[in-house]
Design a protein around this ligand. Structure first.
Ligand code: GTP
Ligand code: MG
Length: 224
């Protein structure tokens, strides 16, 4: 899968395309993955830290343009999972990813390379190319520590490690999260057009995800 495209009639008579994209959110413990997703999907932030166990899910629907609706299936993977052996399962069929570090803790930046290698070793697009991945330096509302203070070195780091770009974000202050997501989705759409990531679903077909409408909650796998 990766991407499921549905075409359906718009009120005006034309056809509207609908894409379903699986996006991973990975990185060290406590870097703010869950907070970024909560901010992005629910416009909500909490100071309270509750570690994610295993994986969590959220769905964000984007009215991309007049002809395109995009559903982002966000996979919020626990920081502790890099030491487990489940990431291969979780990464399956992803078409985009965010690797998150905490700008106040340089150790979380040092772990970024390990997360990126884990990703690249375990999942590729159908043409064998790496999954487009954006690096997020979160908690930029706080004092920064390490390489993140040097933008040109960060650019260089991203080029070297195969990130398509990087952003400083704050889930607390709602900084750059929409922008980073828009950037990633733009790249995914480009890849999709070049590469046809998924199957077309005929007009009138219903997308079922584990037997449920994906707009109703966590989704895992699509079928039709
Ligand atoms: N100041 C500040 N704190 C943040 C920000 N984002 C997250 N936090 C705090 O950082 C802590 C950890 O956030 P989580 O979103 O739970 O981190 P996580 O990456 O999901 O952690 P795991 O699930 O353990 O992997 C929480 O106390 C959040 O309130 C931010 O942008 N700024
Ligand atoms: Mg979490």
């Amino acid at each position: 899968m990766g991407d499921i495209v549905t075409q359906y009639k718009k009120a005006g008579g034309g056809e509207k395309k609908e894409h379903l994209y699986k996006i991973l959110v990975i990185g060290e413990l406590g870097t703010g993955k869950t907070s970024i997703i909560k901010r992005y999907v629910h416009q909500f932030f909490s100071q309270h830290y509750r570690a994610t166990i295993g994986v969590d899910f959220a769905l964000k629907v984007l009215n991309w343009d007049a002809d395109t609706l995009i559903r982002l299936q966000l996979w919020d993977i626990a920081g502790q999972e890099r030491f487990g052996n489940m990431t291969r399962v979780y990464y399956k069929e992803a078409v985009g990813a965010f690797v998150v570090f905490d700008v106040t803790r340089a150790s979380t930046f040092e772990a970024v390379t390990k997360w990126k290698s884990d990703l690249d070793n375990k999942v590729q697009l159908s043409d064998g190319s790496p999954v487009p991945c954006v690096l997020l330096g979160n908690k930029c509302d706080q004092a920064k520590e390490g390489l993140v203070n040097n933008a040109s070195q960060m650019d260089e780091f991203c080029k070297e490690k195969g990130f398509i770009g990087w952003y400083e974000t704050s889930a607390r202050e709602n900084i750059n999260i929409d922008e980073a997501a828009r950037f990633l989705v733009t790249k995914i759409l480009e890849k999709d057009r070049a590469n046809k990531l998924g199957d077309d679903v005929r007009d009138g077909d219903t997308i079922l995800v584990d037997g449920k409408d994906p707009s109703n909650g966590p989704v895992k796998k699509s079928c039709c």
